[in-house]
Design a protein around this ligand. Structure first.
Ligand SMILES: C[S@@+](CC[C@H](N)C(=O)[O-])C[C@H]1O[C@@H](n2cnc3c(N)ncnc32)[C@H](O)[C@@H]1O
Length: 638
């Protein structure tokens, strides 16, 4: 279970701009088309989005070309082992006053999922081993030590970083330098490094502005050719201007040392660009998120998701909080007990030393799958091929006993948690009870929600006329029909599903273990195993769709899509590296067909969408490499 929960640690601050003048080129913030990009006007209007249409059109044109160059540069950075771009890349964005938030970033042009917003070098960064992020205090010391040798521009940026109050970050309406560039003022020559240092509260700068992740993102791993993954903590200019939303329209991650931000929704011209400050707590109910934001960043979140969620009936909000606690504590504990019992069972079964190695992957499936998968927006083409690469049809020639052992071992590989039958079924009952309560509560909501009426209908269809269990129904309420992902307003049902995400994830995990148990113990029929598998796949899809509504392009969504694709490939007769076939495929050996199964195509398309949102448009080799790296990383994650 530990592997399921990866925390992203992050602190933030505000950047006041009252001392800025127009010298961005001196600051090394030049970029393709940047002149219009971080125009960072100090608005004279009360309205935060006050650029004229002509100005915006101009910036649109100049930036479209430059941004595709920027994307190419990013791709180089990711895939050829090149060095990071020497200058920062900034899209058509401006700093504006945003009512109730201080400053924020807005876009001057319409953006689509995958569009690059910025790729910026850090002012300061420290790396550490994976899972051992350097502590913020170390960054404070690093900042102090590097201060004398830091460029005057970077010193100016640090001096202007917010250290505890929003009021100073409002751009004065009467500011005569309203068209000046952001971060434009280098330090006055009279200001020595020492005198400037005396005026900087380094602790506050770090605690309000630093961002860190104990894990490295995939492109960095590809870039560095498989070296040991690293953690990082650092401070980046411009990035710190982004305000928070609980269902953001941008995603961010670090490649090597460069902070990359991309749009993950269709964003209208003039809209505010928003990221999430929360990490995994994105998947918590409103009160939990709001308490975290208030205590860590000092503001009361009133984003669209929070407002919609506030409209849920009180009893439902209370239930969501209860389920959140139950899943995090009681149920997580039960999964842990299950994992230890199952590990012991696996060891016992493994005692004979079955020669698993002889079933290692042999390669070959990619030729058959390649080119058959149409991806979302063209970006998933080849995704299935990449996933199937190096694998071969599973199951041929195995006895049922061998397959059972192998299946247990596969589960151990995947989760550190193979099967312990009776504990599994009592855990299943508990989950079923939680799912039933959620399902009933959501049903009431469905009745006065048109969109969700459609979802109900699609659930019935998905069930093939069968009576769905509560668990299946609870998972199914997040069916694709509910979430178009076009950036439209979230429905109340979607916000409730997002708050119950952990339950969905456990339903998936449980169903997957139940499917493996049906094979492993041999005391349950193949039909039961098949049904459990279908439930597992449904719950996993539901997880992906919930994530698509609230944190599209997140690493978690990419990983869930990878899992979907790996499972679909395995079910259709391909293994994907460490995951091998199970009893069902063994009893009904399949040859890889030329046309991928619909499940494979669908899963590849979902992975393509997630990759597109997070990493932008990838082609050919890039997509193949990224897909393979994502699948490898996702195995380590679950
Ligand atoms: C990294 S800064 C973002 C830029 C900042 N707004 C400024 O004026 O420079 C983080 C701070 O912005 C404000 N903020 C961010 N998101 C907000 C939101 N959704 N609502 C209100 N304030 C927000 C909070 O004061 C938060 O501590």
């Amino acid at each position: 279970m530990q592997g399921l929960i990866r925390t992203v640690i992050k602190a933030w601050a505000f950047l006041p701009y009252h001392e800025l003048t127009n010298q961005s080129r001196k600051l090394g913030v030049t970029s393709w088309g940047l002149s219009a990009a971080i125009a960072t006007k100090r608005s004279t209007s009360k309205h935060p989005f006050s650029s004229s249409t002509a100005e915006t059109n101009e910036s649109l044109q100049s930036n479209d070309d430059s941004l595709s160059k920027a994307d190419e540069a990013c791709a180089e950075l990711y895939f050829t082992g090149g060095t990071a771009p020497a200058t920062d890349i900034l899209g058509s964005i401006s700093v504006r006053n945003i009512e109730g938030k201080g400053l924020g970033l807005v876009t001057h042009r319409e953006m689509r999922p995958g569009d690059l917003v910025m790729a910026v070098q850090p002012v300061a960064i420290l790396h550490g081993p994976q899972d051992a992020m350097p502590p913020p205090d170390a960054l404070v010391e690093h900042l102090k030590a590097s201060w004398p040798t830091m460029t005057p521009q970077h010193r100016a940026i640090v001096r202007q970083m917010f250290v505890g109050s929003t009021t100073s970050s409002i751009i004065p309406e009467s500011d005569p330098k309203q068209s000046t560039d952001h971060y434009a003022q280098a330090e006055p020559p009279s200001l020595t490094a020492a005198s400037a240092a005396a005026a900087v509260d380094f602790h506050a700068v770090v605690s309000y502005n630093a961002y860190g992740d104990a894990y490295e993102d995939l492109p960095s791993l590809i870039l560095r050719g498989g070296g040991p993954p690293r953690s990082h903590v650092g401070i980046w200019p411009h990035f710190s201007n982004l305000n928070h939303a609980c269902a953001p329209n941008c995603v961010h991650y670090v490649v090597d040392s460069v902070m990359v931000v991309r749009a993950v929704q269709h964003i209208a011209q003039g809209s505010e660009l928003l990221i999430s400050y929360l990490g995994r707590e994105d998947l918590a109910p409103r009160q939990v998120r709001q308490a975290a934001l208030q205590s860590r960043y000092g503001f009361a979140c009133d984003c669209a998701r929070c407002r919609t969620e506030a409209e849920l009936p009180e009893e439902l909000e209370a239930l969501l909080e209860e389920l959140y606690d139950t899943t995090r504590h009681e149920l997580a504990l039960r999964f842990e007990h299950l994992a230890s019992a199952a590990a012991a069972e696996a060891e016992r079964l493994d005692g004979g030393g079955a020669p698993y190695d002889k079933y290692d992957d042999g390669g070959g499936a990619e030729d058959t799958v390649e080119g058959c998968v149409d991806g979302a927006g063209g970006s998933a083409s080849g995704t299935a091929a990449a996933a199937g690469s190096g694998s071969r049809p599973a199951g041929s020639g195995l006895t049922a006993a061998e397959v059972a052992k192998r299946s247990l071992r596969n589960q151990a590989d995947g989760f550190g948690a193979p099967i312990a039958g009776s504990r599994l079924s009592s855990l299943g009952q508990r989950l079923e009870e939680c799912a039933r309560r959620l399902h009933l509560a959501l049903q009431d909501l469905h009745e006065d929600d048109e969109v969700c009426g459609d979802v109900q209908a699609s659930n019935v269809q998905a069930g093939g006329g069968q009576q769905l269990t509560s668990a299946e129904a609870a998972a199914g309420v997040a069916s694709p029909a509910a979430v178009t992902g076009s950036g439209r307003q979230l429905t109340r049902v979607q916000t409730a599903q997002a708050a119950a995400y952990q339950l969905l994830e456990l339903l998936h995990l449980h169903a997957e273990l139940a499917a493996a148990a049906a094979v492993g113990t041999g005391d349950v029929t193949i039909a039961v195993g098949t049904r459990a598998k279908a439930t597992a796949a449904g719950a996993l899809q539901a997880c992906w769709h919930v994530l698509d509504a609230i944190s599209r392009g997140s690493e978690l969504q990419v990983f869930q899509a990878c899992k979907l694709l790996s499972d679909a490939l395995q079910a259709s007769g391909y293994s994907s590296s460490s995951k091998r076939g199970d009893a069902n495929t063994a009893r009904r050996p399949q040859s890889p067909s030329l046309a991928p199964q619909p499940e494979v195509r669908e899963a590849a398309a979902l992975l393509g969408q997630s990759l597109l949102a997070r990493y932008g448009p990838l082609r050919g080799q890039q997509l193949t490499k990224m897909t393979q790296a994502a699948i490898r990383a996702s195995r380590g994650f679950f």
